[in-house]
Design a protein around this ligand. Structure first.
Ligand SMILES: [Zn+2]
Length: 174
């Protein structure tokens, strides 16, 4: 399972690295894709990488390999792996952004519930245990289990770019 997740993230990173027109600084990224996304700038970069919002201490990005349509992540800018070492400011903004994201997702997708939380450490299932982040996953009654579905090919009923456009509008107008 862990290897699969790592492969998925590696694939995402590969796409990221191969994009045309990036400044050289982004072609030699750090060892952390979440930091690479944090350092990116401009509307075009954000749209290509599905960054929905940049706050003071955290940003919001669609998961490029979602468990469900609208699966997004709230990521502190700081490269900190230990949840216990995140500042009160970071944790506070994470919750605020989670609320905004859940509000937007409710308006766009009307899900019947949500998973919201974090995988802490490798044993907790974190694909990148060294950069703590939070997941928001819309859920519907009868949808498949959060974890077991990871082992199978997922059919997401909407392209990521369409999800991005819909949520971007809600987040910025709501
Ligand atoms: Zn990082």
């Amino acid at each position: 399972m862990r290897a699969l997740i790592e492969n998925l993230w590696a694939g995402w990173r590969m796409n990221f690295l191969q994009q045309e027109g990036e400044p050289d600084s982004l072609r030699a990224p750090s060892s952390c894709v979440l930091c690479d996304l944090a350092k990116g700038e401009g509307q075009a970069f954000d749209a290509r990488n599905y960054v929905l919002h940049r706050g003071r201490d955290c940003y919001v990005v669609l998961n490029a390999f979602p468990y469900a349509a609208g699966h997004l992540m709230i990521v502190p800018y700081v490269h900190e792996g230990d949840f216990l070492d995140l500042s009160s400011e970071v944790l506070g903004e994470s919750l605020e952004l989670a609320r905004s994201a859940i509000r937007a997702l409710k308006e766009v997708y009307n899900p019947e519930g949500f998973n919201f939380g974090a995988n802490l450490g490798r044993a907790g299932g974190a694909a990148f245990g060294d950069h703590a982040h939070f997941h928001v996953v819309p859920r519907w009654l009868g949808d498949t289990n959060f974890m077991t579905t990871l082992a199978h090919t997922r059919v997401i009923p909407e392209a990521l770019s369409a999800t991005y456009d819909r949520l971007l509008e809600r987040l910025h107008n709501g």
